[in-house]
Design a protein around this ligand. Structure first.
Ligand SMILES: [Zn+2]
Ligand SMILES: [Zn+2]
Length: 182
């Protein structure tokens, strides 16, 4: 993987400690297959370089997203999540119950690996797909989540911690089953 400093320079972005730290944190998270919300990025950045405001980290993330070094994933009902795995058109699967997010490689063919009936004149080069379901842990523990009683009510409301589950699931959320952003 190219060093954060070099990715910043290649994109013409000034190399600053917070930006380097944010990219390093996301690179580490990529190795453990995590998609982090701003607060998680901020915690880990502070663990590396000390005092940085959450707003400062957010500004870094937005700047890095603009240059394409970071990808932002906006899930309905959940905060934005960020990752440094970019440019490979990978998709995501998220658990309705605990909110965990995993990467899915392109299923078939080349990007966008989907063939819409009508592109309305758009020249497509990317598809952002979110698959929804239950992760293996939640699927094998049906008593631990309220999905059976409130089917489809708990989309993306939690942040991956089972302890969030009960409060999060009480809220009503979107009932869409995915989205496509051409
Ligand atoms: Zn789960
Ligand atoms: Zn991803």
């Amino acid at each position: 993987m190219i060093r954060p400093e070099d990715r910043l320079r290649a994109a013409g972005l000034r190399v600053t400690r917070p930006r380097v730290a944010v990219l390093s944190v996301l690179d580490d998270a990529q190795r453990t297959h995590e998609h982090l919300v701003v607060a998680q990025v901020a915690d880990r950045v502070r663990a590396r370089i000390g005092k940085v405001s959450t707003q400062g980290v957010y500004d870094c993330l937005e700047a890095l997203t603009r240059i394409g070094a970071v990808r932002r994933l906006d899930l309905p009902g959940s905060g934005s999540r960020y990752e440094s795995r970019v440019g490979d058109n990978h998709h995501h699967v998220t658990c309705r119950s605990c909110g965990v997010v995993s990467d899915l490689d392109c299923a078939t063919g080349s990007a966008p690996c989907l063939t819409p009936d009508d592109t309305h004149g758009f020249v497509l080069d990317e598809a952002e797909i979110v698959f929804w379901g239950l992760c293996a842990a939640c699927a094998s523990a049906p008593d631990d989540h309220p999905l059976g009683q409130s089917h489809g009510q708990s989309h993306g409301q939690s942040h991956g911690r089972p302890s969030d589950l009960r409060t999060d699931s009480d809220r009503t959320s979107t009932t869409s089953t995915g989205r496509t952003t051409p």
